[in-house]
Design a protein around this ligand. Sequence first.
Ligand code: TPP
Ligand code: SF4
Length: 272
Amino acid sequence: MSHATGEKYLKNGVLPHMWCSGCGVGVMLGALVRAFEELDYRNSDIVVVTGIGCTGKADDYLTTNALHATHGRALPHATGIKAFNPRLQVVVLMGDGDSVTIGGNHFIHAARRNIDVTAIVVNNFNYGMTGGQVSGTTPGDSLTSTTAWGNPERDIDICALAEVAGANYVARETTFHGWELKEHIKEAMIKRGFSLVEVFSPCPTHFGRNNAMAEPREMLDWLKEKGLPRERYEQLNAEEKRGHFVIGKLVDRDAPDFNTRYEEIRARATKG
Ligand SMILES: Cc1ncc(C[n+]2csc(CCOP(=O)(O)OP(=O)(O)O)c2C)c(N)n1
Ligand code: SF4
């Protein structure tokens, strides 16, 4: 049993954090710093790149290298860092709006390039920081501040998108499953190539309040009940599957990553 606290990756004197009571972003950050400690990474080995939003504020608390980018553009910044210095461990923290709504095109191409970064997406099903607006992952039957009577759009399955775009590693957890979340973050960081860990997460202040789950505990219970390991999910019939989702490791493959292919091509070019 690990007793990692991850404390050495957190700045002194910055707690309590800025997130609302019951928000899942801090749970993700706790799992991330524990993962760093268990992997024995030095602060100077790590670069945490963030986008904009509540999730994007996470780098404020870290003593690692960090880059606070623009909304939807964290992945291109991370791509440049990893391409320039492959020895760095590059982690990208984004909300669902950041990663696959405004940033959807960059997400597809980072996975297609198989750039060796770990993307952690805190999916709270809405734009948290700006007031709970609809995002590309808002489920069709839920309400948001900009779709108060219903959402006519369908939601993106971020894990499926990463898989078809070419990611080497894909996992999904919820903030209820903190231990498993930390383990998947470790696997994702060790895996070479593009890795995604999606974290279904409560935003009680907006998504929860708009969908009859204003109490932090209610949204956590909802995630706990709906998330099922693949074996249990596969036993359900089509009707029972509605509203449930698979948690755990979803993709694990070893296609060559961007830097490996780049070096091969460079060696060929310099020889000839
Ligand atoms: C290009 C651009 N468009 C819009 C905004 C305004 N903005 C800031 S945060 C945010 C929503 C963040 O939502 P999400 O990415 O899901 O992260 P969360 O706050 O839920 O963690 C928006 C629209 C911005 N900063 N930049
Ligand atoms: S608005 Fe939502 S996502 Fe942002 S800190 Fe509050 S609970 Fe978390």
